[in-house]
Design a protein around this ligand. Structure first.
Ligand code: ADP
Ligand code: MG
Length: 424
């Protein structure tokens, strides 16, 4: 299958060619034709499988075939949960529309709104946005969504996780009822299907599962270690292994900052990326990590989700996530584009039950190793740690364990996450 046979215009094919893509990815192959037919589409495929082009290319084609209005009202709205994702999608939209008469813009919070407003006033065909800033600008009447023809919900699973459902509902009230809806997600959960039912009309569902599941391609290891010795162990691994590009996950922002400082003291260039960092700091950290000037990027789950960092050889879970699905997302950052990677998890006694949940989810036992001098503490309690980062906020004084269990029904936890994550 080639891009030519998907029915895309010459202008788009030229842009695709410039990007250097040889052929469509499986999800692109499946999603592009029904979108071009004007159908609502619900698509799910793992992170890194090219979902952005899967909706952007046909969307641009449809817009360029329609009539371009002089005022340039927003005709396509792409919603995404975080600033980084918004910026990345916008980059893609710009690249793919290079040879078309299409204007695009991106808006997100955390930065001055004035340049965004000025740009909207000049007219924009495709708008990429995070929900908070979008609603802000709509409320201020600087932006109208009454001409939206195509509505895209990207990273829909993350939107749910981050408690954006209400905002999405508010936004839908601002766009015309008659429109084409596209929903893209890395996972295909019951919650996603429920959300889709409320938004999409007779959708075509497309799914692409990779030949090798993440879990098979990626080499996984668990190191049992005393909590107090984790920092020493991770520094030893990175230094002795001479690893040059390592993505490290912590459970909390505070933990990310702390570990980053210790890495730097140990002579390893490192930067933290999380929701409390300014947009400038996050962009700079990501750029440094991509160009190799920063060896270690320490991230929280929310900050890292969906970031396009190709070919990561090493992912280390300094703390394993209390939400098992997050483990799969984290280790999905290695072994992208067919390259193999290694995912290491440092597990202390208090994380034992999290590990059990993860192994249940991935359906395999991860091989365990112990390094001399960094042994687990035989006297440490296996009671789960307090949930950090606001991800788990059990109401009504539930104990930690019940907080963790409540992730499945996710209502409680979503409200807990909301206050923090909406700042993205
Ligand atoms: P997802 O949204 O599924 O996580 P992205 O859209 O961010 O994935 O794409 C991941 C990477 O794959 C990007 O670097 C993108 O440029 C690249 N990519 C997308 N489509 C193709 C293709 N057809 N061939 C090669 N690379 C592609
Ligand atoms: Mg994506």
């Amino acid at each position: 299958m080639s891009f030519n046979s998907l029915g895309l215009s010459d202008a788009l094919l030229k842009a695709i060619n410039k990007k250097g893509y040889d052929k469509p990815s499986p999800i692109q192959e499946k999603a592009i034709p029904p979108i071009l037919e004007g159908k609502d589409v619900l698509a799910s495929a793992q992170t890194g499988t090219g979902k952005t082009a899967g909706f952007t290319l046909p969307l641009l084609q449809i817009l360029s075939e329609g009539t371009i209005k002089r005022q340039r009202p927003v005709r396509a709205l792409i919603l995404t949960p975080t600033r980084e994702l918004a910026a990345q999608i916008f980059e893609n939209v710009k690249e793919y529309s290079e040879f078309l008469d299409i204007r695009s813009a991106v808006i997100f919070g955390g930065v001055n709104q004035r340049p965004q407003v000025a740009q909207l006033r000049r007219g924009v065909d495709v708008l990429v946005a995070t929900p908070g800033r979008l609603l802000d600008l709509c409320n201020q009447n600087v932006l109208s969504l009454s001409n939206v023809e195509i509505f895209v919900l990207d990273e829909a699973d993350r939107m749910l996780d981050m408690g954006f459902v209400r905002d999405i509902e508010r936004i839908i009230k601002l766009i015309p009822k008659k429109r084409q809806n596209l929903m893209f997600s890395a996972t295909f959960s019951k919650d996603i299907k429920r959300l889709a039912t409320g938004i999409l009309t007779h959708p075509v569902s497309v799914e692409a599962t990779p030949e090798n599941t993440t879990v098979e391609v990626i080499k996984q290891k668990v190191f049992r270690v005393a909590k107090a010795k984790k920092t020493g162990l991770i520094i030893k691994m990175i230094s002795e292994g001479n690893w040059q590009q390592v993505l490290v996950f912590t459970r909390t922002k505070h933990g990310a900052n702390n570990l980053t400082k210790k890495m730097i003291s140990a002579g390893i260039t490192a930067a933290a990326i999380h929701g409390n960092k300014s947009q400038g700091a996050r962009t700079k950290a990501l750029a440094g990590f991509k160009d190799g000037s920063i060896r270690v990027m320490v991230a929280t789950d929310i900050a890292a989700r969906g970031l396009d960092i190709p070919l990561l050889p090493h992912v280390i879970n300094f703390e394993i996530p209390n939400i098992p699905e997050d483990y799969v997302h984290r280790i999905g950052r290695t072994g992208r584009a067919g390259a193999s990677g290694i995912a290491i998890s440092l597990v202390s006694a208090d994380e034992t039950s999290f590990l059990t949940d993860i192994q249940k989810l991935i359906g395999m036992k991860i091989p365990v190793e112990i390094i001399e001098g960094f042994e687990p503490d035989p006297n440490a309690s296996t009671e789960p740690v307090k949930q950090g980062g606001g991800r788990r906020a059990p109401r009504g004084g539930g104990n930690n364990n019940s907080g963790r269990k409540s992730t499945k029904s996710s209502n409680t936890s979503n409200s807990g996450r909301r206050s923090r994550d909406r700042r993205n």
